[in-house]
Design a protein. Structure first.
Lengths: 212, 212
Protein backbone atom coordinates (compact mmCIF):
# COMPACT_ATOMS: atom_id res chain seq x y z
CA UNK A 1 0.00 0.00 0.00
CA UNK A 2 3.01 2.31 0.08
CA UNK A 3 5.49 3.47 -2.50
CA UNK A 4 9.23 3.63 -2.22
CA UNK A 5 11.53 5.77 -4.23
CA UNK A 6 12.29 2.88 -6.56
CA UNK A 7 8.82 3.22 -8.04
CA UNK A 8 9.38 6.84 -8.94
CA UNK A 9 10.08 6.36 -12.60
CA UNK A 10 6.75 4.78 -13.34
CA UNK A 11 4.90 7.45 -11.40
CA UNK A 12 6.91 10.15 -13.11
CA UNK A 13 6.00 8.83 -16.51
CA UNK A 14 2.35 8.82 -15.50
CA UNK A 15 1.98 12.22 -13.88
CA UNK A 16 4.86 14.60 -14.47
CA UNK A 17 3.32 15.80 -17.70
CA UNK A 18 0.96 17.68 -15.37
CA UNK A 19 3.80 19.56 -13.69
CA UNK A 20 5.08 22.86 -15.00
CA UNK A 21 8.11 22.61 -12.70
CA UNK A 22 11.09 21.20 -14.60
CA UNK A 23 12.47 17.79 -13.62
CA UNK A 24 15.77 19.12 -12.27
CA UNK A 25 13.98 21.45 -9.89
CA UNK A 26 11.50 18.73 -8.87
CA UNK A 27 14.43 16.44 -8.07
CA UNK A 28 16.39 19.14 -6.25
CA UNK A 29 13.54 20.22 -3.99
CA UNK A 30 11.46 17.06 -3.59
CA UNK A 31 12.21 13.80 -5.35
CA UNK A 32 15.94 13.39 -4.84
CA UNK A 33 16.40 15.65 -1.82
CA UNK A 34 16.91 13.88 1.48
CA UNK A 35 17.23 14.73 5.15
CA UNK A 36 20.99 14.64 5.81
CA UNK A 37 22.33 12.98 8.92
CA UNK A 38 26.01 13.80 8.37
CA UNK A 39 27.68 16.80 6.74
CA UNK A 40 30.96 17.69 5.04
CA UNK A 41 33.25 20.38 6.49
CA UNK A 42 32.38 22.90 3.79
CA UNK A 43 31.10 26.07 5.46
CA UNK A 44 27.66 27.56 4.80
CA UNK A 45 28.12 31.27 4.16
CA UNK A 46 25.94 34.20 5.17
CA UNK A 47 25.47 34.89 1.46
CA UNK A 48 23.92 31.45 1.01
CA UNK A 49 21.54 32.03 3.90
CA UNK A 50 20.69 35.42 2.49
CA UNK A 51 19.92 33.86 -0.91
CA UNK A 52 17.66 31.32 0.79
CA UNK A 53 15.79 34.02 2.67
CA UNK A 54 15.39 36.29 -0.36
CA UNK A 55 13.76 33.34 -2.15
CA UNK A 56 11.47 31.91 0.51
CA UNK A 57 10.32 35.22 1.95
CA UNK A 58 7.84 35.43 -0.96
CA UNK A 59 5.87 32.32 0.06
CA UNK A 60 2.48 33.03 1.59
CA UNK A 61 1.44 33.50 5.23
CA UNK A 62 -1.93 34.51 6.73
CA UNK A 63 -2.36 38.24 6.28
CA UNK A 64 1.30 38.28 5.24
CA UNK A 65 2.21 38.04 8.93
CA UNK A 66 5.63 36.35 8.50
CA UNK A 67 6.18 35.30 12.13
CA UNK A 68 9.28 33.17 11.47
CA UNK A 69 12.50 34.32 13.12
CA UNK A 70 15.83 32.62 12.43
CA UNK A 71 18.88 32.45 14.68
CA UNK A 72 22.09 31.29 12.98
CA UNK A 73 24.16 29.53 15.63
CA UNK A 74 27.73 30.30 14.57
CA UNK A 75 29.86 30.72 17.71
CA UNK A 76 31.22 27.60 19.45
CA UNK A 77 29.80 28.89 22.72
CA UNK A 78 26.28 29.23 21.32
CA UNK A 79 26.57 25.86 19.57
CA UNK A 80 27.42 24.22 22.90
CA UNK A 81 24.42 25.84 24.59
CA UNK A 82 22.15 24.51 21.84
CA UNK A 83 23.57 20.98 21.68
CA UNK A 84 23.00 20.58 25.41
CA UNK A 85 19.23 20.74 24.82
CA UNK A 86 19.07 18.51 21.74
CA UNK A 87 17.72 14.97 21.99
CA UNK A 88 20.34 12.25 22.29
CA UNK A 89 20.20 11.13 18.66
CA UNK A 90 20.43 14.71 17.45
CA UNK A 91 23.43 15.84 19.54
CA UNK A 92 26.17 14.50 17.22
CA UNK A 93 24.48 15.93 14.11
CA UNK A 94 23.95 19.34 15.67
CA UNK A 95 27.53 19.31 17.00
CA UNK A 96 29.08 18.73 13.60
CA UNK A 97 26.84 20.43 11.02
CA UNK A 98 28.54 23.39 9.29
CA UNK A 99 25.62 25.61 10.23
CA UNK A 100 22.72 25.19 12.62
CA UNK A 101 19.65 27.44 12.61
CA UNK A 102 17.06 27.77 15.36
CA UNK A 103 13.67 28.54 13.82
CA UNK A 104 11.21 30.32 16.08
CA UNK A 105 7.82 32.01 16.06
CA UNK A 106 7.58 35.68 17.02
CA UNK A 107 4.47 35.94 19.19
CA UNK A 108 4.50 39.69 18.71
CA UNK A 109 4.35 39.50 14.93
CA UNK A 110 1.25 41.68 15.06
CA UNK A 111 3.43 44.72 15.80
CA UNK A 112 4.71 44.42 12.21
CA UNK A 113 1.26 44.25 10.61
CA UNK A 114 0.90 48.00 9.97
CA UNK A 115 3.99 47.63 7.80
CA UNK A 116 3.48 44.22 6.17
CA UNK A 117 -0.33 44.38 5.83
CA UNK A 118 -0.96 48.08 5.25
CA UNK A 119 -4.14 47.37 3.27
CA UNK A 120 -6.02 46.79 6.52
CA UNK A 121 -5.12 49.31 9.23
CA UNK A 122 -7.12 47.37 11.84
CA UNK A 123 -5.05 44.21 11.38
CA UNK A 124 -2.90 44.65 14.47
CA UNK A 125 -5.92 45.01 16.74
CA UNK A 126 -7.37 41.71 15.48
CA UNK A 127 -4.56 39.97 17.34
CA UNK A 128 -5.04 41.52 20.77
CA UNK A 129 -5.93 38.10 22.17
CA UNK A 130 -2.70 36.38 23.15
CA UNK A 131 -3.85 32.80 22.66
CA UNK A 132 -5.19 33.50 19.17
CA UNK A 133 -2.01 35.38 18.32
CA UNK A 134 0.14 32.51 19.53
CA UNK A 135 -1.86 30.03 17.50
CA UNK A 136 -1.46 32.10 14.33
CA UNK A 137 2.26 32.57 15.04
CA UNK A 138 2.77 28.83 15.42
CA UNK A 139 0.87 27.91 12.29
CA UNK A 140 2.40 30.50 10.02
CA UNK A 141 5.95 30.11 11.34
CA UNK A 142 5.55 26.38 10.71
CA UNK A 143 4.52 27.04 7.10
CA UNK A 144 7.63 29.21 6.83
CA UNK A 145 9.79 26.43 8.31
CA UNK A 146 8.68 24.23 5.43
CA UNK A 147 9.46 26.98 2.92
CA UNK A 148 12.88 27.41 4.57
CA UNK A 149 13.68 23.68 4.33
CA UNK A 150 12.92 23.78 0.61
CA UNK A 151 14.94 27.00 0.32
CA UNK A 152 17.97 25.26 1.82
CA UNK A 153 17.60 22.62 -0.88
CA UNK A 154 17.18 25.33 -3.53
CA UNK A 155 20.65 26.55 -2.53
CA UNK A 156 22.00 23.07 -3.28
CA UNK A 157 22.44 22.30 0.41
CA UNK A 158 21.03 19.52 2.54
CA UNK A 159 18.74 20.28 5.46
CA UNK A 160 18.40 18.22 8.62
CA UNK A 161 15.24 19.54 10.29
CA UNK A 162 14.62 18.36 13.86
CA UNK A 163 11.91 18.67 16.46
CA UNK A 164 13.65 16.34 18.91
CA UNK A 165 14.95 18.88 21.44
CA UNK A 166 13.86 20.59 24.64
CA UNK A 167 11.95 23.44 23.07
CA UNK A 168 11.32 25.29 26.32
CA UNK A 169 15.01 25.20 27.23
CA UNK A 170 16.11 26.35 23.76
CA UNK A 171 13.55 29.13 23.91
CA UNK A 172 14.92 30.28 27.29
CA UNK A 173 18.53 30.10 26.05
CA UNK A 174 18.08 31.88 22.76
CA UNK A 175 15.01 34.08 23.28
CA UNK A 176 15.17 35.47 26.81
CA UNK A 177 12.68 38.21 25.89
CA UNK A 178 9.80 35.75 26.41
CA UNK A 179 8.21 36.73 23.08
CA UNK A 180 9.59 34.01 20.81
CA UNK A 181 9.23 30.24 20.84
CA UNK A 182 11.69 27.79 19.26
CA UNK A 183 9.80 25.41 16.96
CA UNK A 184 12.52 23.59 15.02
CA UNK A 185 16.28 23.29 14.69
CA UNK A 186 17.76 22.74 11.24
CA UNK A 187 21.25 21.45 10.45
CA UNK A 188 22.51 22.83 7.14
CA UNK A 189 25.45 21.87 4.92
CA UNK A 190 26.70 19.62 2.16
CA UNK A 191 25.99 15.96 2.86
CA UNK A 192 28.89 13.98 4.34
CA UNK A 193 29.76 10.28 4.35
CA UNK A 194 26.76 8.08 5.06
CA UNK A 195 24.44 11.09 5.07
CA UNK A 196 21.36 9.18 4.02
CA UNK A 197 19.32 6.53 5.76
CA UNK A 198 17.30 4.25 3.52
CA UNK A 199 14.45 6.13 1.89
CA UNK A 200 11.27 5.63 3.88
CA UNK A 201 7.94 4.79 2.23
CA UNK A 202 5.34 7.44 1.56
CA UNK A 203 1.61 7.00 1.91
CA UNK A 204 -0.32 6.17 -1.23
CA UNK A 205 -2.41 8.85 -2.89
CA UNK A 206 -5.58 6.97 -1.95
CA UNK A 207 -4.55 6.86 1.69
CA UNK A 208 -4.24 10.64 1.79
CA UNK A 209 -6.68 12.11 -0.73
CA UNK A 210 -10.45 11.57 -0.80
CA UNK A 211 -13.14 13.28 -2.84
CA UNK A 212 -16.58 14.40 -1.74
CA UNK B 1 12.85 48.79 6.17
CA UNK B 2 10.86 46.47 3.91
CA UNK B 3 11.22 45.36 0.33
CA UNK B 4 8.62 45.18 -2.35
CA UNK B 5 8.67 43.05 -5.44
CA UNK B 6 9.97 45.98 -7.47
CA UNK B 7 13.32 45.64 -5.74
CA UNK B 8 13.69 42.01 -6.76
CA UNK B 9 16.03 42.55 -9.66
CA UNK B 10 18.75 44.14 -7.58
CA UNK B 11 18.48 41.43 -4.91
CA UNK B 12 18.49 38.74 -7.58
CA UNK B 13 21.70 40.06 -9.05
CA UNK B 14 23.24 40.05 -5.60
CA UNK B 15 22.26 36.62 -4.30
CA UNK B 16 20.87 34.25 -6.90
CA UNK B 17 24.36 33.08 -7.80
CA UNK B 18 24.08 31.16 -4.52
CA UNK B 19 20.98 29.26 -5.64
CA UNK B 20 21.16 26.00 -7.48
CA UNK B 21 17.45 26.23 -8.33
CA UNK B 22 16.99 27.67 -11.80
CA UNK B 23 15.37 31.07 -12.21
CA UNK B 24 12.19 29.76 -13.89
CA UNK B 25 11.52 27.40 -11.00
CA UNK B 26 12.32 30.08 -8.42
CA UNK B 27 9.84 32.40 -10.14
CA UNK B 28 7.18 29.67 -10.51
CA UNK B 29 7.28 28.59 -6.86
CA UNK B 30 8.29 31.73 -4.99
CA UNK B 31 9.17 34.99 -6.67
CA UNK B 32 6.39 35.41 -9.22
CA UNK B 33 3.77 33.14 -7.64
CA UNK B 34 0.89 34.89 -5.91
CA UNK B 35 -2.10 34.03 -3.80
CA UNK B 36 -5.03 34.12 -6.25
CA UNK B 37 -8.28 35.76 -5.27
CA UNK B 38 -10.21 34.96 -8.44
CA UNK B 39 -10.04 31.98 -10.80
CA UNK B 40 -10.84 31.13 -14.41
CA UNK B 41 -13.40 28.43 -15.27
CA UNK B 42 -10.78 25.91 -16.36
CA UNK B 43 -11.22 22.73 -14.32
CA UNK B 44 -8.52 21.22 -12.12
CA UNK B 45 -8.30 17.51 -12.90
CA UNK B 46 -7.67 14.57 -10.59
CA UNK B 47 -4.51 13.90 -12.62
CA UNK B 48 -3.18 17.34 -11.72
CA UNK B 49 -3.86 16.74 -8.03
CA UNK B 50 -2.23 13.36 -8.29
CA UNK B 51 0.87 14.92 -9.87
CA UNK B 52 1.01 17.45 -7.04
CA UNK B 53 0.78 14.73 -4.42
CA UNK B 54 3.37 12.48 -6.07
CA UNK B 55 5.77 15.43 -5.95
CA UNK B 56 5.21 16.84 -2.48
CA UNK B 57 4.86 13.50 -0.68
CA UNK B 58 8.68 13.33 -0.66
CA UNK B 59 9.14 16.41 1.51
CA UNK B 60 10.14 15.70 5.11
CA UNK B 61 8.04 15.21 8.23
CA UNK B 62 9.05 14.16 11.76
CA UNK B 63 9.70 10.42 11.77
CA UNK B 64 8.12 10.41 8.29
CA UNK B 65 4.72 10.65 9.97
CA UNK B 66 2.85 12.34 7.08
CA UNK B 67 -0.29 13.36 8.99
CA UNK B 68 -1.79 15.51 6.22
CA UNK B 69 -5.11 14.35 4.80
CA UNK B 70 -6.74 16.07 1.83
CA UNK B 71 -10.42 16.24 0.93
CA UNK B 72 -11.18 17.43 -2.60
CA UNK B 73 -14.53 19.16 -2.49
CA UNK B 74 -16.02 18.42 -5.90
CA UNK B 75 -19.78 17.99 -5.53
CA UNK B 76 -21.99 21.11 -5.44
CA UNK B 77 -23.60 19.78 -2.26
CA UNK B 78 -20.25 19.45 -0.46
CA UNK B 79 -19.13 22.82 -1.78
CA UNK B 80 -22.23 24.43 -0.30
CA UNK B 81 -21.60 22.80 3.07
CA UNK B 82 -18.04 24.14 3.07
CA UNK B 83 -18.84 27.67 1.90
CA UNK B 84 -21.32 28.05 4.72
CA UNK B 85 -18.47 27.89 7.23
CA UNK B 86 -15.99 30.12 5.40
CA UNK B 87 -15.36 33.66 6.62
CA UNK B 88 -17.28 36.39 4.84
CA UNK B 89 -14.39 37.53 2.62
CA UNK B 90 -13.61 33.96 1.64
CA UNK B 91 -17.13 32.84 0.67
CA UNK B 92 -17.10 34.20 -2.89
CA UNK B 93 -13.63 32.79 -3.61
CA UNK B 94 -14.48 29.37 -2.24
CA UNK B 95 -17.79 29.40 -4.12
CA UNK B 96 -16.18 30.00 -7.49
CA UNK B 97 -12.76 28.31 -7.44
CA UNK B 98 -12.54 25.36 -9.88
CA UNK B 99 -11.37 23.12 -7.05
CA UNK B 100 -11.34 23.51 -3.28
CA UNK B 101 -9.34 21.26 -0.96
CA UNK B 102 -9.79 20.90 2.79
CA UNK B 103 -6.43 20.14 4.40
CA UNK B 104 -6.57 18.33 7.72
CA UNK B 105 -4.38 16.64 10.30
CA UNK B 106 -4.95 12.96 11.07
CA UNK B 107 -4.62 12.66 14.86
CA UNK B 108 -4.25 8.91 14.49
CA UNK B 109 -1.25 9.13 12.17
CA UNK B 110 0.65 6.93 14.63
CA UNK B 111 -1.31 3.91 13.41
CA UNK B 112 0.61 4.23 10.11
CA UNK B 113 4.06 4.42 11.74
CA UNK B 114 4.79 0.67 11.58
CA UNK B 115 4.46 1.05 7.81
CA UNK B 116 6.03 4.47 7.18
CA UNK B 117 8.74 4.30 9.88
CA UNK B 118 9.61 0.60 9.97
CA UNK B 119 13.17 1.33 11.13
CA UNK B 120 11.87 1.88 14.68
CA UNK B 121 9.21 -0.64 15.71
CA UNK B 122 8.51 1.28 18.93
CA UNK B 123 7.52 4.43 17.06
CA UNK B 124 3.77 3.98 17.41
CA UNK B 125 3.97 3.60 21.18
CA UNK B 126 5.85 6.89 21.51
CA UNK B 127 2.61 8.62 20.55
CA UNK B 128 0.29 7.05 23.10
CA UNK B 129 -0.23 10.46 24.70
CA UNK B 130 -3.06 12.18 22.86
CA UNK B 131 -1.96 15.76 23.47
CA UNK B 132 1.58 15.08 22.26
CA UNK B 133 0.20 13.21 19.25
CA UNK B 134 -2.11 16.08 18.40
CA UNK B 135 0.73 18.57 18.66
CA UNK B 136 2.90 16.52 16.29
CA UNK B 137 -0.02 16.05 13.89
CA UNK B 138 -0.65 19.79 13.79
CA UNK B 139 2.97 20.74 13.24
CA UNK B 140 3.72 18.15 10.58
CA UNK B 141 0.44 18.56 8.72
CA UNK B 142 1.18 22.29 8.64
CA UNK B 143 4.59 21.66 7.11
CA UNK B 144 2.80 19.50 4.54
CA UNK B 145 0.28 22.26 3.85
CA UNK B 146 3.21 24.49 2.87
CA UNK B 147 4.62 21.76 0.63
CA UNK B 148 1.16 21.33 -0.94
CA UNK B 149 0.82 25.06 -1.67
CA UNK B 150 4.17 24.99 -3.47
CA UNK B 151 3.11 21.78 -5.23
CA UNK B 152 0.01 23.51 -6.58
CA UNK B 153 2.30 26.16 -8.00
CA UNK B 154 4.60 23.47 -9.40
CA UNK B 155 1.62 22.28 -11.43
CA UNK B 156 1.30 25.76 -12.93
CA UNK B 157 -1.80 26.49 -10.89
CA UNK B 158 -2.54 29.26 -8.43
CA UNK B 159 -3.31 28.48 -4.80
CA UNK B 160 -5.51 30.50 -2.49
CA UNK B 161 -4.77 29.18 0.99
CA UNK B 162 -7.13 30.33 3.75
CA UNK B 163 -7.36 29.99 7.50
CA UNK B 164 -10.37 32.30 7.77
CA UNK B 165 -13.12 29.74 8.37
CA UNK B 166 -14.89 28.01 11.24
CA UNK B 167 -12.43 25.15 11.68
CA UNK B 168 -14.52 23.29 14.24
CA UNK B 169 -17.57 23.39 11.99
CA UNK B 170 -15.63 22.27 8.91
CA UNK B 171 -14.10 19.46 10.95
CA UNK B 172 -17.54 18.31 12.05
CA UNK B 173 -18.93 18.51 8.51
CA UNK B 174 -16.10 16.73 6.72
CA UNK B 175 -14.53 14.52 9.40
CA UNK B 176 -17.34 13.11 11.54
CA UNK B 177 -15.01 10.37 12.84
CA UNK B 178 -13.57 12.83 15.37
CA UNK B 179 -10.00 11.88 14.47
CA UNK B 180 -9.16 14.60 11.99
CA UNK B 181 -8.95 18.37 12.29
CA UNK B 182 -9.34 20.83 9.42
CA UNK B 183 -6.36 23.23 9.40
CA UNK B 184 -6.62 25.07 6.09
CA UNK B 185 -8.78 25.39 2.99
CA UNK B 186 -7.09 25.99 -0.36
CA UNK B 187 -8.72 27.28 -3.52
CA UNK B 188 -7.01 25.93 -6.64
CA UNK B 189 -7.19 26.92 -10.30
CA UNK B 190 -5.89 29.17 -13.03
CA UNK B 191 -6.00 32.83 -12.00
CA UNK B 192 -9.00 34.82 -13.25
CA UNK B 193 -9.58 38.52 -13.87
CA UNK B 194 -8.19 40.70 -11.11
CA UNK B 195 -6.71 37.68 -9.33
CA UNK B 196 -3.92 39.59 -7.62
CA UNK B 197 -3.96 42.21 -4.94
CA UNK B 198 -0.95 44.52 -4.81
CA UNK B 199 2.13 42.62 -3.70
CA UNK B 200 2.67 43.11 0.02
CA UNK B 201 6.05 43.95 1.53
CA UNK B 202 8.25 41.29 3.07
CA UNK B 203 10.37 41.72 6.16
CA UNK B 204 14.02 42.55 5.62
CA UNK B 205 16.63 39.87 6.15
CA UNK B 206 17.95 41.76 9.17
CA UNK B 207 14.50 41.85 10.73
CA UNK B 208 14.23 38.06 10.55
CA UNK B 209 17.73 36.60 10.78
CA UNK B 210 20.21 37.13 13.62
CA UNK B 211 23.52 35.42 14.38
CA UNK B 212 24.88 34.27 17.71
Amino acid sequence: MTQTHDDLTELEAQFTEHLQLDADAADLLFREARTANTFSDEPVTDEQVRAIYELVKWAPTSMNNQPLRIVLVRSPEARARLVEHMGGNNKPKTSTAPLVAVLAADDDFHDELPKVFPVFPGARDMFADEEMRRSSATMNATLQIAYFILGVRAAGLAAGPMTGFDADAVTREFFPDGKHRALAVVNIGRPGDGAWFERLPRLDYDEVVTTV
